[in-house]
Design a binder for this molecule. Structure first.
Ligand code: ZN
Length: 155
């Protein structure tokens, strides 16, 4: 019998090694770089909004398995969500990693991203797991404050 930790580890491995979310996004509206100097993780997150809906996201970059998998699983979890829902899920993910919530009802919102729950026991990996989520949070907040992260080019 497989316990849930094995399933989660497999999911993390799968996303870290060969993510279909790792690519350039066609017609991205927003782009933001996230950097975790502790580990050397670096990602560029791209976002396409359709009104208030996250239509698509993708990332490029490099880093450890946790940072890459966390970015990819975040993209899967938040694609198709409204910006408000996404912010709520980001907040819950950060609280889970920082062990500020163990409320199972709240954690259900995280879908597959709950796979990173055990990272809260690995202080050296916490920043790796949070990188993409903080990067997206910054991007969404900038968007609200006049779109500083917006890509100013038209092809
Ligand atoms: Zn890392």
């Amino acid at each position: 019998m497989e316990d849930s930790n094995d399933v989660y580890n497999e999911l993390i491995m799968e996303h870290s090694m060969n993510s279909y979310n790792k690519k350039k996004l066609e017609n991205a509206d927003y782009s933001e770089i996230g950097h975790n100097p502790n580990c050397g993780d670096e990602i560029t997150l791209e976002l396409k909004l359709n009104g208030n809906i996250i239509e698509d996201m993708a990332f490029t970059g490099h880093g450890c398995a946790i940072s890459q998998a966390s970015t990819s699983i975040m993209i899967d979890t938040l694609r198709g969500k409204t910006v408000e829902d996404a912010k709520e899920i980001i907040k819950t993910f950060i609280e889970m990693i920082k062990r500020e919530t163990t409320n199972e009802e709240d954690l259900k919102k995280l879908e597959d991203a709950i796979a990173f729950r055990n990272v809260s026991n690995m202080p050296a990996r916490v920043k790796c797991a949070l990188l993409a989520w903080h990067t997206l949070e910054d991007m969404l907040n900038k968007n609200e404050n006049g779109g500083k992260g917006k890509i100013n080019c038209c092809h």
